[in-house]
Design a protein around this ligand. Structure first.
Ligand code: 5GP
Length: 200
């Protein structure tokens, strides 16, 4: 098989844009793309599993890792820490595979700053690509959130206002892909990844 360039893919999308579905499809299509599992100090919810949904850590352990500068980026949300470890990403890229990071616009900005400060020959910088998935329109996003039926009216309004703020920052990303139709959007993402990794 042809050797491809390992990518460090950062993907962001407002809630309701189909990001989780797109990531699932990408992981099925590309067996050499690894999903980055974040660390958190919050308790697992529902059927969430340690090492699959998150690495669930005690606050003391998270702070220990922080002191060791082990995180590429982190954030404190409602008294809980969330963060992305550097080591797994470095290891995956060193093996020749790619890593995909699912992160919001603020987290992505921190990753971008981190990568910008790396030397030009660092594999994370060489393979770096960030992609923003947008809804076709705000009206369509609202309709999707309503159709999904999982959120209260207040939650939908909060998601819509977050989405507007995130879409306003889509210009910070190297690539923007609209999720008008899932199949079409997925194909665009695959074409982009193939081109960037030299698969074509
Ligand atoms: P939840 O507790 O609902 O799983 O996530 C709460 C928030 O934490 C979400 O906005 C999610 O995007 C964010 N989050 C999850 N993992 C990370 C991470 O590794 N880094 C940062 N900065 N935020 C994260």
């Amino acid at each position: 098989m042809k050797k491809t360039k390992p990518l460090f893919i950062v993907l962001s999308a407002p809630s309701g844009c189909g990001k989780s579905t797109l990531i699932d499809l990408l992981l099925q299509e590309y067996h050499d793309i690894v999903y980055s599992i974040s660390c958190t100090t919050r308790a697992p919810r529902g059927d969430e599993e340690d090492g699959i949904d998150y690495h669930f850590l005690a606050k003391e352990r998270f702070e220990e890792l922080l002191a060791q500068n082990a995180f590429l980026e982190y954030a404190k949300v409602h008294d809980n820490y969330y963060g992305t470890l550097k080591a797994p990403i470095e290891e995956v890229l060193a093996e020749g595979s790619s890593m995909i990071l699912d992160i919001d616009v603020q987290g992505a900005a921190k990753v971008r700053d981190y990568v910008r400060a790396l030397p030009n020959n660092d594999p994370l910088k060489i393979g770096y690509v960030d992609i923003f998935v947008s809804p076709p329109s705000l009206e369509e996003l609202r309709e999707r959130l309503v159709r999904r039926g999982t959120d209260s009216a207040a939650t939908i309004e909060r998601r819509m206002s977050n989405a507007e703020g995130e879409i306003a920052r889509a210009g910070e990303y190297m690539y923007r892909v609209t999720n008008d139709e899932l199949d079409v959007c997925f194909k665009r993402l695959c074409d982009l990844i193939d081109a960037l990794s030299g698969r074509m």
